[in-house]
Design a protein around this ligand. Sequence first.
Ligand SMILES: [Zn+2]
Length: 319
Amino acid sequence: MTTRRLALCAALLYGLAGQAPAQAADYPIRPEPVAAGSWAVIADTGYFTPDNGGFLVNSAFIATADGVVVIGSGPSRAFGEQYRRVIEATANKPVRELIITHKHPDHFLGNQAFRDVPIRADDKTTAMLKSEADGLAENLYRLVGDRMQGTEPLLPNAPLAPGVREIGGHQLEFIAVPGHTQSDVAVFDHSTGVLYAIDQVFNGRTPTLPNASLADWFAALDRLEALPFKVLVPGHGPVARNAGPIRATRRYLQWLDATLKDAARRGLTPNETMALPIPAEFAGWAEARAEWRRSVGFLYSRYELAELPPLAGTERATD
Ligand SMILES: [Zn+2]
């Protein structure tokens, strides 16, 4: 079903209930200064609901001498439009470009509000969005409902190359750190010491793994931890001023990997695995049980396959 048809369905449902769609409430967008001319917008840490309108993801913006660089456009057209007004009022400068760090829908569905500036993503993310963006948007329509009205995926239209780019007095390094998805970009501002790690790092919110490669993710965390940052903006959860959230994300992924391996070795069913205890360190994180269950759903079959004995008379394929 297309997003237009989903929007129509949502409108019909509201009509049948005898209610006009409510005027969408403003999103609680409150920029938090993280360094000179640099702000993060910290979101709710729950799951997608009509109440939060999909505002679960952190974003950020940097006011350079040549305009504002925005990192992430949020979950919907309404969010993007409100966000852009907030950015330009806060920075007192026009937006010059938007950076899309990876393919997850809550990070790019506000793109329509930035259609007049370059919308940058790396080649791999842009290619994946060409085939996946409609489906990702439909999923958010189902979860979030009428605050998605008018939202259509708008694809990135400009390249994002890894390396350092000088923009209006800021030395911005774009770092390829896949792992959370097949292609992720972190932004390190050498001029201010702010690391915009986005979804490579979760802080007090359980990581999401629908497209994760754990080996890559561990390498990404090592690379990010080695940077001389002073401020860390995670993809979900509050801003930090040390590497604690990087280490906690690593420990969670290590526990998840070891637990899935052990469950597969013991022959547990997916349901039994979903019911396993979560260590105290992670049990208090937002969405701890729900994300663990989702991660078992996404990943467990790979671990079960790895435990299967080779068939008699065949050799195990090497990879
Ligand atoms: Zn993500």
